[in-house]
Design a protein around this ligand. Structure first.
Ligand code: GCU
Length: 463
């Protein structure tokens, strides 16, 4: 084996170590621990490629390039399905068909979980540190005239195994003050306070007129909560040796099948749910998860991973979320394997952006949706005309439809059709549901539809 790849990543590691402040190194030496390794996203991704013995990856598509130019994203349906045959969620690895719920739970589901763990999102460590929740403030107030109680919380992650990395999870919970008992809660991956401006990313479209999503939730007698993903794990490759991933790895870079940020964010949501189980104002059996865009991907992973979540609102999750990886429309596998997104996934995922291809993926998005079964999920996307073509609403619809056989096997209802519906047609009669709204890259226009769907499953305490 050539030594060059090893040098390519050990050199930056050595340089990073040299650049490390002496005082920190002293503290670390005293504790007998190796310091945190600092790599840039480029260096870390290159290190993953070296471990995979891959010398180059295919380039992602350019969503802004004019049609016809090299690397422009495809928005032509005639070219969108180069790999129309999907892996069958109900065929075991040995080729036998799954015909009972028992075999789904005991054999097929664990097989799919293993494939998603190893190849796509990475494995969550078998032991993760304990989180101690602290209520740092409790405020009474009103939202649109409804009396509310808002708790600010910090989840202190036990870092006694590696004190050099500190993780404090930020969470905010609001419940109606006059509730007659524990209430359902919608947990959103998002921001507390004003939304940070991310350089190079367009500002979200203005909210539609009418009540905010939080007010719509309160109107049902439910509560709402926000978890800040970046307080669990940074949204970049440079941060992979810190946050919960870095803490579990004691500051060292990831192995090829270690978890990425999407799964780490989902882990944070599960810890929030642990807290809800201890808070008497919340009915922890009726907690839903919602996320948009990269957080929509995380919300779907959360639903698949933690069967305590009762329902999921998966907004504009696109590639790496509910969109079929085998579809050529908008964002593709190669984009998610790029330097600014690869950290969401396992290192092994890079293989599918070269030398392997989308069709080599052993699983696809319909099987991730199937891992949520029999619990209800709502898949949402906006319109191409308003700038949400990148997320491929039709590719997400196709995945939702193809998860149907698993829902049916478990006695639940599928989407009800395999025909892509006209814009703004809610498909909400089954347990998998879908609607494409006519707005842009935003979850807001579909909240009313989601809440109509969710009201079949979540119920405020009787007054
Ligand atoms: C980029 C990225 C998407 C992601 C989105 C977002 O557009 O390509 O995969 O969902 O950012 O999170 O806003």
């Amino acid at each position: 084996m050539s030594t060059r790849p090893i040098l390519r990543w050990t050199l930056p590691v050595l340089l990073a170590l040299l650049a490390h402040p002496a005082s920190r190194i002293e503290a670390q030496t005293a504790a007998g621990q190796s310091p945190v390794v600092h790599l840039t996203a480029e260096q870390d991704r290159q290190r993953m490629m070296d471990l995979l013995h891959i010398t180059s990856l295919r380039r992602g598509r350019d969503g802004r390039a004019p049609a016809g130019s090299p690397n422009a994203a495809n928005y032509d349906e005639a070219k969108a399905n180069p790999f129309p045959t999907l892996p069958d969620p109900l065929v075991l690895n040995d080729g036998k068909r799954v015909t009972t719920a028992k075999v789904w739970w005991s054999v097929r589901r664990p097989q799919l979980v293993e494939l998603f763990d190893r190849e796509i999102y990475g494995r969550m460590p078998s032991h993760t540190p304990k989180v101690t929740w602290e209520v740092t403030a409790t405020k009474q107030g009103t939202n649109d005239g409804v009396p509310i109680i808002t708790k600010s919380l910090v989840g202190h992650v036990d870092n006694s195994s590696y004190p050099l990395v500190k993780v404090d999870i930020q969470l905010e919970l609001t419940t109606p003050a006059n509730a007659k008992g524990p209430v359902p809660v919608m947990l959103e991956f998002g921001f507390i306070g004003p939304r940070p401006v991310i350089p190079g990313r367009p500002a979200p479209p203005p909210p539609p007129p009418g009540p905010t999503w939080q007010q719509q939730v309160l109107d049902k007698g439910w509560g709402y909560a926000t978890l800040v993903p970046a307080s669990v794990q940074a949204d970049n490759g440079d941060g992979l040796t810190e946050g919960i991933i870095g803490l579990c790895n004691k500051g060292q870079p990831r192995k090829l099948d270690d978890w990425g940020a999407l799964r780490a964010w989902g882990w944070g949501a599960s810890r929030a749910l642990d807290y809800f189980e201890t808070d008497k104002t919340v009915d922890a059996k009726q907690v839903g998860i919602e996320g948009h865009s990269r957080y929509g991907k995380a919300a779907l992973v959360t639903m698949a991973d933690d069967r305590r979540f009762a329902i999921g609102y998966i907004s504009s999750s696109g590639e790496g979320g509910a969109k079929l990886n085998r579809r050529d429309w908008g964002e593709v596998v190669e984009n998610v394997a790029g330097t600014s997104e690869y950290h969401w996934m396992a290192g092994n995922f890079l293989k599918y952006a070269g030398p392997l291809n989308w069709n080599d993926l052993p699983v696809d998005a319909h099987e991730l949706i199937a891992l949520c079964a029999p619990r209800p999920v709502f898949i949402s996307g906006g319109s191409l005309a308003q700038g949400d073509g990148w997320v491929d609403a039709k590719g997400m619809f196709m995945a939702a439809a193809a998860a149907g056989p698993v829902y049916r096997l478990l006695g639940k209802k599928d989407l009800g059709t395999t025909e892509f519906p006209p814009m703004e047609t809610p498909l909400i009669d089954g347990d998998i549901s879908f609607r494409q709204h006519s707005g842009g890259h935003t979850p807001l226009p579909n909240w009313p539809t989601f809440l109509t769907f969710a009201s079949r499953y979540l119920h405020a305490p009787a007054s």
